[in-house]
Write a protein of this length. Structure first.
Length: 158
């Protein structure tokens, strides 16, 4: 059974719901005709950005690198910018997710993800499928627009 897509109610915080710190990342790699975006497909075919919770004792960067290995099979991603924080309910509506997003670049294709049932796809940045979480789709669009304005220097240090 396919889950219905999240609606506007996921973006209004209910009273007394616990908060969970998490991290997410827009990962780009150079392709033959422009940038490619890393899209993680979770079991059930739910395309999203790599993301996940910050565990006790982890820094945001440690959590981000762990999530990249677990969900995307990526081991060599260089973080180049902070993209800000987005908030919403998790799908079970049991926690308020406070996700700090970063922009990262890599040259690797990716290995099999450590998380069972997950897979990594690379999509041209100008033809990204709609992601399961609408705020992630909007974030990717804002990164694409910022790149067009020359706001990020991604080639340096690849």
């Amino acid at each position: 059974m396919k889950l219905p897509p999240p609606d506007a109610t996921f973006y209004t915080r209910p009273p007394a719901i616990p908060e969970r710190a998490s991290v997410g990342v827009v990962v780009l790699k150079p392709g033959d005709s422009g940038w490619l975006l890393a899209v993680v497909i979770e079991p059930g075919d739910y395309p999203q950005l790599p993301k996940g919770g910050v565990e006790a004792g982890e820094t945001h960067e440690q959590a981000l690198m762990r999530e990249l290995r677990e969900e995307a099979g990526l081991y060599a991603v260089r973080v180049v910018a902070d993209l800000g924080t987005l908030e919403r309910l998790n799908y079970a509506r049991t926690r308020w997710q406070v996700t700090r997003y970063s922009l990262g670049v890599t040259g690797e294709v990716g290995q099999p993800p450590l998380e069972p049932g997950f897979r990594l796809e690379w999509h041209p940045l100008d033809r990204v499928p709609a992601l399961f979480w609408p705020e992630q789709t909007r974030l990717v669009e804002s990164v694409k627009e910022a790149l067009a304005r020359g706001e990020y220097r991604l080639e340096a240090g690849m």
